[in-house]
Design a protein around this ligand. Structure first.
Ligand code: FAD
Ligand code: MLT
Ligand code: ZN
Length: 450
């Protein structure tokens, strides 16, 4: 059957875009963290929306389940095969229209990488509201499918908030197109909003109409050291209303040690501290004076403030190189959680003890987007199928009224815990939507729902 399907798909996309060879498929079969892998029956790389539609219709006819894949930077195992599926790579859906300056919008193909989009809109004098460390590989389609967050959510919101319109293909090949979008359009259900965050289980995103933001030329970055997360939260409270505030990120002693060991970078200050916060402001005119003024009276122990591009990049490296440094230490269990900011102190003071009680051998590296209450808890030292530590952390999150998946999605990593923070009624409603759009359960089976 794969042979017959491969022949039919090759008729649609061309022989060179149907990969059957094990060596050629390998890069699509393992995720970025190396935790998740499975064999694809084949990888197909359609180049147009019409080809995506025909490919999905054919897969449907032969009952072949599909896994959509963009840049394969996802961290919850949703973009790689579990066993025998067709991987549909969006890499060739890489067209990008000229920026429409009158509306400050652009239409981009699902396979366009974030870095390429950023460069394209910068050349036209605009910025894009979402930014992530995986920018060189993460695609617009994957970012919509995961409703990616990143480092600017406090200012511009997650990926869903950037969507003005969308084109997507349903499991049976039906193309749903709302391009070009309109800022105001309440004509029925918000399908782009629904597909955002659906993790490839409802439709394959093929194009998006995206809102752009002003390109602010001046940027100031501060790295501050604190004796505890409580002091850092006090600072967050002071600076929340700073003009031009764009990012407030947190990381801790263990993470900095690991990043320095892995990258060869020196410690950020002459001595090490418990808690670090990175703050960035952007504006038309140099925001350094207002940033310094905003920090005055805060109880930080050390600081570095700069507007120089290279020095800013050096400060950001302490934060952005956490992910690769953790992975260099071993394959982690990645828990991406959020709690209400009012409970973040409770979370921070309890998480290590809960973890220790459940799985004493686990080591946790924490960092994240403090302004969103979003902490990435990375567990090292446990077998990958040993979920005692994950269970303890996610139950604590649920007790505090938080989310077990702040920005990465449920994927296959967290299906077990879906009911911790979603009611049976909520899950039944989501399942009804899934069944209505994909009755054969062909689109990313096993993702979100076990
Ligand atoms: P993939 O990994 O290919 O796929 C992710 C999911 O989307 C899968 O379920 C897949 O089936 C589905 N999918 C992909 N493309 C489509 C499509 N066109 N239509 C429908 N479904 C599709 N995430 C954040 O939110 N914030 C961060 O700050 C952040 N930082 C990161 C830093 C690093 C170093 C790394 C490695 C990852 C980071 N991530 C972050 C996670 C990841 O980059 C995001 O989840 C990103 O949105 C995934 O995009 P992708 O193109 O790589 O998608
Ligand atoms: C980040 O904020 O850097 C990420 O979401 C990646 C990660 O959790 O490792
Ligand atoms: Zn993150």
């Amino acid at each position: 059957m794969p042979d017959a399907l491969a022949t039919t798909l090759a008729d649609i996309v061309g022989t060179t875009h149907v990969l059957l060879d094990a060596d050629l498929k390998a890069a699509y079969e393992t995720d970025w963290t190396r935790r998740y892998h499975g064999t694809a029956c084949l990888v197909v790389r359609p180049g147009t929306t019409a080809e995506v539609s025909a490919v999905l219709a054919e897969c449907g006819r032969s009952g072949a389940a599909v896994v959509p894949q963009g840049g394969n930077t996802g961290l919850v195992g949703g973009g790689v095969p579990r066993g025998g599926e067709v991987v549909i790579s969006t890499a060739r859906l890489d067209s990008i229209d000229p920026v429409e300056t009158i509306t400050a919008e652009v239409t981009a193909g699902a396979g366009v990488t974030l870095a390429r989009l950023q460069q394209h809109v910068r050349d036209a004098g605009f910025g894009f509201g979402v930014d992530l460390a995986s920018r060189d590989s993460a695609t617009i389609g994957g970012m919509i499918a995961t409703n990616a967050g990143g480092i600017r959510v406090l200012r511009y919101g997650p990926m869903r908030h950037q969507l003005i319109g969308l084109e997507a293909v349903l499991a049976d090949g039906t193309v749903v197109r709302r391009l070009p979008g309109l800022s105001k359009d309440n004509t029925g259900y918000d399908l782009p909003g629904l597909f955002a965050g659906s993790e490839g289980t409802l439709a394959i995103v093929t194009q998006a109409r995206l809102k752009l933001v002003p390109l602010l030329p001046e940027r100031a970055t501060a790295l501050l050291a604190f004796e505890s997360i409580d002091r850092a939260l006090e600072m967050l409270n002071r600076i929340r209303v700073l003009p031009g505030l764009e990012a407030v990120e947190v990381f801790f002693r263990e993470g900095v040690e690991l990043v320095c060991r892995h990258t060869g970078m020196p410690l950020p200050f002459n001595q090490d501290y418990s808690t670090y916060v990175l703050i960035e402001c952007t504006a038309q005119l140099d925001p350094t004076p207002s940033l310094i003024e905003g920090l005055e009276g805060g109880t930080f122990l050390d600081s570095a403030i700069t507007r120089d591009r290279r020095q800013r990049d050096a400060l950001w490296a302490y934060r952005e190189r956490h992910t690769e440094s953790i992975n260099a230490e071993g394959v982690p269990q990645k828990l991406d959680i959020a709690v209400p900011l009012t409970r973040l102190s409770d979370f921070a003071s309890s998480v290590q003890a809960r973890l220790h009680a459940a799985a004493p051998e686990a080591r946790a590296i924490l960092f994240g987007h403090i302004a969103d209450g979003n902490i990435h808890v990375n567990l090292l030292g446990l077998d990958l199928d040993d979920d005692r530590g994950a269970d303890a952390v996610l139950r604590l999150v649920a007790e505090l009224g938080g989310s077990i998946s702040a920005e990465h999605g449920i994927g296959i990593a967290k299906t077990r815990w879906l009911s911790l923070t979603r009611t049976p009624e909520d899950i039944a409603t989501m399942r009804a939507i899934k069944h209505a759009l994909d009755p054969g359960n062909l689109l990313n089976p096993g993702v979100i729902f076990a």
